[in-house]
Design a protein around this ligand. Sequence first.
Ligand code: ATP
Length: 300
Amino acid sequence: METFTLKAYAKVNLGLDVVKRLPNGYHQVKMIMQTVGIYDELVFTKKEQGITVTVEGEGLPEGCVPADENNLIYKAARQMMEHYGVAEGIHIHLRKKIPVAAGMAGGSTDAAATYKGVNRMFRLGVTEEEICQMAVQVGADVPYCVKGGTALSEGIGEILTMLPDAPACHVLVAKPDIAVSTKFVYENLHADKLQYHPDIDGMVEAIGAGSLDGVTERMANVLETVTIKAYPVIAQIKELMEAHGAKRALMSGSGPTVFGIYDQEEQAREGYQAMCRSGLARQVFLTGFVNPAKEDGNAG
Ligand code: ATP
């Protein structure tokens, strides 16, 4: 029985700006995307026919990640297998570790890993560029998740400029026990009334120069204006991280996950312990930036 496992990494946004609301209701964004070392595992097994998905995850509430055709894994597998006329079937088992509805692109990264897994299982020989073209139909962030690493993302998220790896650091990630709907956040954002726009171009330069200070001093996310108003615990988590040595703490995506950047490992560990003790967040991780293309055993 042919079977193998792929990692699907989560992302954070080092910077997130919304340029404007488009007439079709989407938002034009300008974001710095960064892969972090928190990942789901997808186990691919060939079978005679059909597509099935199973989901496993510690403390995952029943039905919170669907194990049917609503799972982005199922959607990506079906799209690719139909497109390339694959007659055989596949079973995909998801070990969920990335916080759900958290602003960490959990579903998008699972979809991205699915394209790679199906490509490998059925020896389709599809290029990364072709995968990205298919992926955008499943979600605007999926093409970025196919590539991973550090990137500038524009348009509705699908226009990517790959950047040099962001400077290495320690990253404390904390997700409070609330689920935030991305739709709710964008619907309540008044893109034309924003008081402040993050300096995304300056951050691109700082990344090019390898300056961690240049990155952290520009970290900002305009979606905080909506999500923090609805869930003040996010502000408390940010304050706790910064009080425990983080150079800067920021909400990722539409939230509620917060991440803090540390240059000293000792301080990051202290921050981790303080966060666990505080009870503000149920899921807490200590990790770092990752470039999946350079990780062993994760080639598509
Ligand atoms: P983003 O950062 O892209 O906004 P997110 O972290 O806000 O993503 P996800 O974790 O991707 O949100 O999940 C949002 C919803 O999508 C979940 O509540 C779930 O119902 C559905 N979903 C479908 N497939 C998946 C999947 N493979 N993993 C997680 N959620 C999935």
